[in-house]
Design a protein around this ligand. Structure first.
Ligand code: OAD
Length: 261
């Protein structure tokens, strides 16, 4: 049964809280881009089914086998660039005008939220659309870097810099961008409503934002066809694809918020 055919079962307490919520946070993961044709990491058919994160998504992998890592991110960039936002990305753009304070925290590096039009957003794990010098931090477009050097990470080339370009993503074992993480943590700690969508909620610190919101008494809604470790604790679970459940949830919130009182 899908969320669009099965009316969302919002109890009265949740409806009242959705009507009054002043501060909302959405945490998104790879599942939100599944209906745009991009792969998730975990689960059947996921990117980590036949390859290991240790071989592709760590600094050690990059220094051991730079060409292999570069080509994998060039491929992921090409897939992301060819994909288009789906109804889940588009629904979330409307949330910016639904709540006085709203923050979309994404673990995705595909830029589909940004291309859909989301602006109040922090990208915790960076972007595949940019490359950054591993020595001086200079950035350039991934498209340009891959065109110049499709098989190996290109040298930085700035005067006096011996570095080379790497994808502008956060790898396992690396720190998340401090300002982005602080903004996300502050938003999760002070929100009335947190919606997690399309994330297995297994990777920290991102998954810790759900824990924070629950502890602080926010209402938490999970959108995911499969259960996650947080499923037993959330206030509402929508076990449906994000492209169906998020437009339905958005309409339900719009209805709640247009009601008097
Ligand atoms: P995962 O691949 O771990 O989880 C994706 C989730 O999306 C799963 O729980 C699926 O059940 C769910 N899902 C699948 N299709 C869906 C759909 N149509 N609608 C809604 N949900 C759907 O992806 P993340 O949680 O984003 O990090 O993974 C977190 C981090 O681990 C990633 O940012 C990446 C990865 O390794 C790095 O590479 C550092």
């Amino acid at each position: 049964m899908s969320a669009t055919t099965d009316p969302l079962r919002l109890d009265e307490d949740l409806q009242a809280r959705l009507r009054r919520a002043a501060r909302a946070v959405v945490l998104s993961g790879a599942g939100v881009s599944r209906e745009s044709g991009l792969d998730t990491f975990r689960g059947a058919g996921g990117l980590w089914e036949n390859q290991r994160p240790e071989d592709l998504a760590t600094p050690e992998a990059f220094y051991r086998a730079p060409g292999q890592v570069w080509r994998w991110y060039a491929w992921r960039y090409a897939r992301a660039a060819a994909a288009a936002p789906n109804p889940a990305h588009l629904a979330l753009v409307r949330w910016e005008s639904l709540f006085p304070s709203f923050l979309l925290v994404t673990q995705n590096v595909d830029d589909l939220h940004q291309r859909a039009g989301s602006r109040r957003l922090v990208a915790l794990h960076g972007t595949v659309a940019a490359a950054v010098c591993d020595a001086c931090g200079r950035r350039r477009a991934m498209a340009e870097a891959v065109a110049a050097s499709p098989d190996e990470p290109p040298a930085c080339g700035a005067a006096g810099c011996g570095g080379r370009f790497r994808p502008a993503v956060v790898w396992f074992g690396e720190n998340l961008p401090a300002a982005a993480l602080a903004q996300a943590a502050e938003a999760a700690a002070s929100c009335d409503l947190l919606v997690s969508v399309g994330t297995s909620s297994l990777v920290y610190p991102a998954a810790g934002l759900i824990e924070t919101a629950l502890r602080r008494g926010a209402r938490v809604i999970e959108v995911n066809p499969e259960p996650t470790p947080f499923s037993p604790r959330v206030h509402l679970r929508l076990a449906a694809p994000a492209g169906e459940a998020l437009p339905a949830l958005t309409e339900a919130i719009e209805r709640c918020r247009s009601m008097p009182g």
